[in-house]
Design a binder for this molecule. Structure first.
Ligand SMILES: Cc1cc2nc3c(=O)[nH]c(=O)nc-3n(C[C@H](O)[C@H](O)[C@H](O)COP(=O)(O)OP(=O)(O)OC[C@H]3O[C@@H](n4cnc5c(N)ncnc54)[C@H](O)[C@@H]3O)c2cc1C
Length: 407
């Protein structure tokens, strides 16, 4: 079977009982939608199946920058990203009311649902998106079969599971989630505005926690099309009464946890629903199977405070969709040996490990209160602050010094 002969055929004519595709992607969140667009643009016949036509307004990643942007650019999504996001290039970082430093670099803030809609919009043939629920998958070395809740069936050579944190389908295939850290972090997402309607004095601001006992890693404030978005990341028991207080009266509780914020925010209020997530850190086991491959959160979950989820899923999408899947489709069969090439890809393994390492680092930096971590925490912020002061006195000197060291 080759990929190109059927490119121009629509995937899912309404009422078709059996749909045939080269690649069936289950889950049209960010990972699945980007993967579908990359593969379909390259001429593969792709079916993207998601329960919902429009991704709901759920709290997930809401800002990206740095190397993640290079990958968006390489995969051809940077224009799309710019069309749904607010751009900013400076973040004022504070702790205890004092400036730690200023981060400089392009970044974007957006609602997750809009980013997913953008990715889905890049799939050349809209009929590739099938709004349905996959209720069963059976996989083999040859053809893969998917049963949809509507009663339709789908046959494909390769199944990509991009079902996020929903593990039921994988479970039926014998794929288990190993929890590495239960209830590892707690995150809150909400939008704020000043009561007098005036803009804030900063474009973007990060406020780090002041006391280890509070378990606050940081509050990140950044622009999105609807106003000033806030992401609060914590490492604290999700059953602690402070969680209820945060949900009930975010503004007052925030100022109690981060008193140094007050002069920067002025008289502000929360303008929308406070969304809240408790995250386990987990990774799948038993996933090396013929015909099926897992990407994004379906493979490994992330600590939101570490900000590595999108970086990981972009590596998954880039490696799978520009390297492995096209190569696998050129020859017969979809053996376990083919699938295992993706899971042992050097970049993928490195991104997954970096994400776990970063998750543990952020937790320790926030809440460990032994002498060793106390010293490391002080040093961490002191080093950043000294670097910032040097950069203020001699602008550009440090970056030239660093480039000279790298040369
Ligand atoms: C609160 C929070 C904050 C975060 N902040 C950051 C951050 O600042 N930086 C960062 O890099 N990362 C962050 N992340 C991580 C990042 O958001 C995720 O890694 C990313 O969204 C995962 O995308 P995904 O496509 O794998 O999963 P999802 O977006 O969850 O998509 C899964 C999709 O699968 C569909 N689906 C599931 N089962 C079926 C089925 N049986 N049939 C059909 N469809 C199905 C669902 O409808 C859904 O659309 C954060 C995560 C959270 C939870």
């Amino acid at each position: 079977m080759t990929t190109n002969k059927s490119v121009t055929e629509p995937i899912a004519a309404a009422g078709t009982a059996t749909i045939v595709a080269d690649i069936a992607i289950v889950g049209g969140g960010l990972a699945g939608s980007l993967a579908a667009a990359v593969l379909a643009r390259a001429g593969h016949r792709v079916a993207l199946i998601d329960k919902r036509a429009v991704h709901p307004d759920e709290f997930r990643v809401e800002k990206i920058g740095g190397q993640q942007l290079d990958m968006f650019r390489r995969l051809g999504f940077i224009r799309g990203l710019e069309s749904v996001a607010c751009s900013f290039d400076r973040v004022l970082n504070i702790r205890d009311g004092k400036v730690v430093d200023v981060s400089v670099g392009q970044a974007y803030g957006f609602p997750y649902a809009n980013l997913v809609a953008m990715a889905r919009g890049q799939i050349p043939d809209p009929s590739s998106l099938i709004v349905d629920e996959v209720i069963a998958v059976s996989c083999s070395d040859d053809v893969q079969y998917l049963d949809l809740a509507s009663g339709r069936r789908l046959n494909a050579r390769l199944v990509v599971l991009a079902t996020g944190m929903a593990g039921a389908l994988g479970y039926k295939l014998g794929i288990r989630r190993r929890v590495l850290a239960e209830r590892h972090s707690v995150s809150f997402g909400f939008t704020i505005a000043r009561r007098d309607g005036a803009p804030f004095d900063f474009k973007a601001l990060t406020c780090y926690g002041e006391r280890t006992s509070d378990g606050v890693d940081y509050l990140s404030l950044f622009p999105v099309p609807a106003g000033m978005r806030a992401n609060l990341f914590m490492f604290r028991d999700p059953t602690d009464p402070v969680m209820r207080e945060l949900r009930r009266d975010m503004a007052a509780t925030l100022l109690r946890l981060l008193p140094g914020l007050r002069p920067y925010l002025g008289d502000f209020h929360v303008t929308d629903r406070v969304q809240n997530w408790v995250m386990d850190l987990s990774v799948v086991e038993g996933h090396v199977q013929p015909g099926v491959v897992l990407i994004g959160d379906a493979f490994q979950t992330n600590c939101p405070a570490a900000g590595t989820g999108v970086g990981r899923l972009l590596v998954d999408v880039e490696r799978l969709c520009t390297e492995y899947a096209p190569r696998w489709l050129m020859t017969e069969g979809m053996s376990k040996e083919k699938i295992s090439q993706f899971y042992s890809d050097r970049d993928k393994v490195a991104a997954d490990q970096r994400s776990l390492k970063m998750a543990r680092f952020r937790q320790a930096l926030t809440s460990r209160n032994d002498i060793g971590w106390d010293a490391r925490r002080r040093l961490h912020f002191l080093r950043r602050n000294i670097t910032h002061r040097v950069d203020q006195m001699r602008p550009g000197w440090l970056s030239r010094f660093r480039s000279a060291l790298r040369a």
